[in-house]
Write a protein that binds this ligand. Structure first.
Ligand code: ADP
Ligand code: MG
Ligand code: MG
Length: 254
């Protein structure tokens, strides 16, 4: 079963073309990684899938669970199971993490035609999820992301993912700024939550994340296109030779 199918996607920001024909297909149970130099368009792709308003899709299609999502609002995409963990999570002063999670969880339930969850049931549910990311319950009382360390923000993203149980999870540079312990916790969380019905897109500039979250397929993005795809060996090649070797490849027509 195909979860996400992106065909010839082109997109602009302020009339400048950023994506220049992206093709990507993610099937249920698959973990895909996108690697590439800074500025190659990785975050743009993830934000466009989530429906970020800064980007104008100029051509192509994004099909999620058999339906085009290009006309759908970001919240509708989120409620239908697309989850994007942001590269730089926002701080929302005054909104407790617990409140935020409950609102997000109930929005999804409402979309599914379900009633709001009882407050006590929600607390039980979230406590269960806290264990996955090894977070202290006091974390829930704090304002969303206010004063969270880099590692705490990332863990919180995984907590949100655990709670919302998305069909398509996109992790954009979830590894940036994490020390090895935090990276391990975050990756363990993702690995524990992985199921054969779901699809995953893991975006990273560095190879090391892929030691922890093992992808089935690795893609390399360059100048707004996926220029090559492969298995684990591709990540190893990138690690030992850097992104430069792809320049030779692309001039050779790959
Ligand atoms: P990556 O995530 O691979 O580092 P990005 O998708 O962030 O790359 O950026 C790709 C290109 O698009 C860069 O040249 C970047 O400057 C540009 N870009 C992305 N988002 C915006 C934006 N909101 N406004 C202007 N330029 C942008
Ligand atoms: Mg970048
Ligand atoms: Mg980026």
């Amino acid at each position: 079963e195909t979860i996400l199918s992106i065909r010839n996607l082109t997109a602009n920001v302020d009339d400048t073309p950023i994506l220049k024909g992206v093709n990507l297909e993610i099937n249920a149970g698959e973990v895909h990684a996108i690697m590439g130099r800074n500025g190659s368009g990785k975050s743009t792709l993830s934000k466009i899938i989530a429906g970020h308003p800064d980007y104008e899709v100029t051509g192509g299609e994004i099909i999620y669970q058999g339906e085009s999502i290009l006309d759908k609002e970001p919240n509708e995409r989120a409620n239908s199971g697309i989850f994007l963990a942001f590269q730089y999570p926002l701080a929302i002063p005054g909104v407790s993490n617990l409140d935020f999670m409950r609102v997000a969880y109930n929005a999804k339930r409402k979309y599914q035609g379900l009633e709001e969850i009882d407050t006590f049931d929600f607390e039980d549910l979230i406590e269960e999820k806290l264990e996955v990311v090894k977070m202290n319950p006091s974390f829930l009382e704090r304002s969303l992301n206010e004063g969270f360390s880099g590692g705490e923000k990332k863990r919180n993203e995984i907590l949100q993912m655990a709670l919302l149980d998305p069909t398509l999870t996109i992790l954009d540079e979830i590894d940036s700024g994490l020390d090895i312990d935090a990276l391990r916790i975050v990756s363990d969380g993702v690995n524990q939550l992985k199921t054969p019905e779901k699809g995953y897109l893991v975006i990273t500039h560095y190879q090391r994340l892929l030691d922890y979250i093992e992808p089935d397929i690795i893609h390399v993005m360059k100048d707004g296109e996926i220029i090559t795809s492969g298995g684990k060996e591709l990540a190893l090649e990138l690690e030992s030779r850097g992104y430069d070797f792809l320049d030779d490849k692309s001039t050779a027509g790959v």
